[in-house]
Each structure stands twice: as C-alpha cells, then as structure tokens.
Design a protein around this ligand. Structure first.
Ligand SMILES: [Fe+2]
Ligand SMILES: [Fe+2]
Length: 169
C-alpha cells in the first residue's frame, strides 16, 4: 500500500496504485504524487489579477456546488442523483481549495440552489451550460495569471470541468 497526495487539492489517497483521477477534486492522475514527494500547487504572493480571478472562480464553484446539490436532492433517478451528488462534492472541493489560495474562510451561501428544477434532463442541460462556461472562464484565467502556480491550478480546473462537459453531453 502507498500514500499518495493530490497537488491540486492537497487530499490524501491510500491505495495500491494512484487513482486515475482525484476522488476529491477530480484532478488528473499526473497531479497525484507519493506523499513524501508532495508539494501543493500554491503561490506565496498573488497578483491583483489572480486575486480577482480566484474570487470569480470561488463564486462560480459555490454556485455550481449548490446547484448540483439541489439537483441531486430533486432527482428520483439513482444514477442522476448520484451523478449530481458527485459533481457537487467535486465543486465544493474546488471552492475550498480556492479559499486556501485566497487565505479566506469559506463563505456560507446557498446561491445557485434555486436554479435546479424537477426535471433531470433540464438539470443536465443546465449542468452542461455551466461546465462550458467554467471551461471558458478558466481558459481566460490561465492566460491572465502571472504566477506559474496559479496558471497550473487553473489548468487543472479547466481539465476537470472539461471532464464534466463530457459527462453531461
Ligand atoms: Fe485533488
Ligand atoms: Fe465541474
């Protein structure tokens, strides 16, 4: 058995092999390293641009966390309810990680929850729209970030949200 750790969210995974994606934040396999070699993707100093984009990212991730949680609770189908639950957990992990970058406490908010409706199909369409908009935003944020670590962090998020587009297509 080995102890692995995610460079994007910092969570620990114990297993025979690395997971193909982080069970907590969804980061791809390449971001998992042995715990003894672990270093979080992190920037000591943040530019105003990155602070601004991290705050926008936080709003986006909190909104999506709440939307998915509500969609999961509304669904009567075990597959879709599970899918929305999983997506909510991942987006919540993103929000928590962004708060660590910004060195702030996670704000309490239920914004986004009222956007979930009773139809799974409509919620999946809304999910796909949200994930596409997240990928677009993170793509811009990568280009704007002066810090290599923040570029890498946004790149990891962009890959994860692209997986969510594929899931909801
Ligand atoms: Fe992770
Ligand atoms: Fe996502």
């Amino acid at each position: 058995m080995q102890v692995y750790r995610c460079r994007v969210c910092g969570e620990v995974y114990i297993g025979e092999e690395k997971p193909t994606s982080c069970p907590f934040c969804g980061a791809h396999e390449g971001y998992f390293v042995l715990a003894k070699e672990w270093k979080l993707i992190h920037s000591e100093v943040l530019s105003d641009t990155s602070k601004e984009n991290l705050k926008k990212a936080l709003d986006l991730e909190i909104n999506n966390t709440n939307f998915y949680k509500a969609a999961s609770e509304k669904s009567k189908d075990v597959h879709f309810s599970s899918m929305f639950k999983g997506l909510s957990k991942v987006e919540r992990e993103h929000a928590s990680t962004i708060c660590k970058h910004l060195r702030i406490a996670k704000p309490e908010s239920s914004v986004g929850a009222d956007k979930a409706v009773d139809s799974d199909r409509a919620n999946i369409e809304e999910a796909n729209r949200r994930e596409k908009s997240a990928v677009k935003f993170y793509g811009e944020a990568i280009n704007q970030a002066p810090e290599e670590a923040i570029k890498e962090f946004f790149k990891a998020l962009m890959q994860i949200e692209s997986d969510h587009i594929a899931l909801t297509d």
